[in-house]
Design a protein around this ligand. Sequence first.
Ligand code: UN1
Length: 496
Amino acid sequence: MPELYKNHIGGKWVAAKSGKTFENRNPANRNDLIGLFPASGPEDVDKAAGAAKKAFSKWRLVPAPKRGEILYRVGELLRQRKEEIARVMTREMGKILKETRGDIQEGIDTAFYVGSEGRRLFGETTPSELPDKFAMSVRVPIGVCGLITPWNFPMAIPTWKLFPALLCGNTVVLKPAEDTPHTAVKLFEILEEAGVPPGVVNLIHGSGEGAGAALVRHRDVQLVSFTGSSAVGREIAALCGQNLKRVSLEMGGKNAQIVMEDADLKLALDGALWGAFGTTGQRCTATSRLILHQEIKKELTEMLIGQVEKIKIGDGLDETVEMGPLINEAARQKVHDYVQIGKKEGARLLTGGTIYEEGNWIHGHFYRPTVFDRVTPTMRIAQEEIFGPVLSIIEVKSFEEAIEVLNGTPYGLSSSIYTRDVGRTFRALRDIEAGITYINGPTIGAEVHLPFGGVKETGNGHREAGTTVYDIFSEWKSVYIDYSGKLQKAQIDNVE
Ligand code: UN1
């Protein structure tokens, strides 16, 4: 019998009201059934939102430093169980152990970083324009937050949202991706053990249509924070707009790495390999376009192909494997479809472009790392997010052209340029349209204490992580205290 997992509502582990479940299988081997998880519906969401609403009345009054101390305990428990959870994560979503350990480390870093904010969470004081009057601004919690998170960072991304939401005094309902419910269960075991009071955090498993949509629509959910595809993000934004809910969206990317003729080519090669094929290309920060100056294009392309063909594909639980499978069959099909589109558009396939089904790997969703050359900036493979191990090489003649090509997509999450020229570095920092820019580093590698997010259609103007995340999860209240003992009128009594 497969293991049966549950939702977590009001401090209790409970099945979906309908009794329905869905399967969670290992993407490296579909014969490996990890367990059954509740296929929740609106009635389960309603219970979870109710529990969160009830818990909010007390949680908002717990001093922020005390809320932070609970997060320190969460961080400590995550640290103790890092290896165990890394294995759970690799088994359910496929990325290699080194990366799943990194994903949990990102959660640990977030716990300690956000926990310490409990003793800051600063507002401002400022002189009033009137005598005997005091003015300040303070942060206040929003209420019940609905968090909808993706499968590619099953620990890091939920913690980026959940920990700041809690620190600010909100309560939460989390709906993790259907492909990674097990990691979310592990996180909730830890939240419970660390002493987060019942109802403050609630976990609802299920699909976007079955559970996610009900969460977004629920009248008691005041804020929705979503990371995922642009298509779903647009729908969520529209629903939230109708009800004037706060909504924070983190969506697609079409990130590029520029390599100029003066770059350290070995360094640029290592960056491109990690950026394009780390996490099997399934990061919103992944490098999907490599913009090469014509003078170094031939040399770097040859170096790249030599390395790409050596990448060891397989089960991420094997420490010698360098690239795991894609998350599911639909994702593999999407990647394969884009490869056909690229070929039809006239791009030249240099390596990969096929499903990988050798030896033990016939039961997993493996795909060969793929590189296209002679890609032009307007081709679909250079414009649309593929979310897989496909890299498109675009040749340029100048720095100006490189920046223009980099900026020429609807997205603007991460970006990178390899050059040794200080002037170009600063021009790139000024002119690149992206939320994150790396100089002489790949497009991936964001740290939790800097703002994370993108411009243009990547997001809706918010930034997670950093000091900016607290602006998502709190409201500002301006406070005036008049101790003059008389009616004082701003703008009217302070005549020159
Ligand atoms: C994501 O791609 O969804 O910078 C998040 C990085 C990671 C976070 C990525 N620290 O790639």
